[in-house]
Design a protein around this ligand. Structure first.
Ligand SMILES: CC(C)(COP(=O)(O)OP(=O)(O)OC[C@H]1O[C@@H](n2cnc3c(N)ncnc32)[C@H](O)[C@@H]1OP(=O)(O)O)[C@@H](O)C(=O)NCCC(=O)NCCS
Length: 179
């Protein structure tokens, strides 16, 4: 798969559009990752300067070019404002290739079911288009909201894969059983 495949560029749910990021999303990438509340459990993801958001966008776009999928920008159908981001990234977990499920939303968008709705759509897309990679989510033990989103998307706890991540010990949720 490559960025020439248009199938992934836009996903739709009943309320949401998920679109491949463009440079026009850099301000939203910065605003959302600059809010201490959105990176409370994952401080290594926090951004302090706008040029860091430009660099993050560049990495997200490179992944889209290399794999044909990545992180999507989430909006309501009826509004232009970016609610947040949700997507998948190939990585290694305990020497096994996996797809990591990511979600981060603006605090103003929390509590309305958006993350669960977006993560469910991304999980379905991944199982159809990247079935060879087990889908996992790495969640800090105190991040109850993130755990609920993973469960809402159909993942279940996979304690045997728990591991130390960038910000400390992570609980692993998985869409498929892995060895
Ligand atoms: C995690 C996050 C994406 C959830 O977004 P959201 O849009 O508020 O989530 P939803 O409204 O879709 O809720 C999904 C589930 O989580 C639950 N939930 C949401 N916020 C919660 C909270 N603060 N405490 C407990 N449960 C919570 C909801 O009740 C719902 O549960 P249900 O499926 O049993 O009904 C959002 O809090 C966020 O962006 N946090 C910062 C970034 C982050 O931590 N990302 C995860 C990194 S691993």
């Amino acid at each position: 798969m490559s960025d020439r495949d248009p199938a992934a560029d836009e996903l739709q749910t009943s309320r949401l559009s998920l679109r491949r990021p463009t440079e026009a999303d850099i301000d939203a990438i910065f605003t959302i990752h600059h809010d201490p509340a959105t990176c409370l459990h994952n401080p290594s993801d926090a951004l302090t300067r706008r040029d860091e958001a430009e660099e993050l966008y560049r990495r997200w776009n490179e992944q889209w070019q290399r794999h044909g999928y990545g992180y999507w920008v989430v909006r309501r159908h009826d509004r232009d404002q970016q609610l947040g981001f949700c997507g998948i990234k190939p990585m290694e977990l305990q020497s096994q290739k996996v797809l990591n499920l990511f979600y981060r939303f603006a605090t103003s968008a929390w509590g309305q079911g958006y993350a669960g709705e977006a993560a469910t759509a991304v999980t379905a897309w991944a199982s159809r288009h990247v079935p060879e990679l087990p889908l996992i989510a790495r969640v800090r033990p105190a991040n109850t909201a993130s755990q609920r989103v993973a469960i809402r998307a159909g993942l279940t706890r996979a304690e045997h894969l728990d591991d130390t991540g960038y910000d400390g010990y992570d609980w692993i949720y998985a869409a498929k059983l892995t060895n």
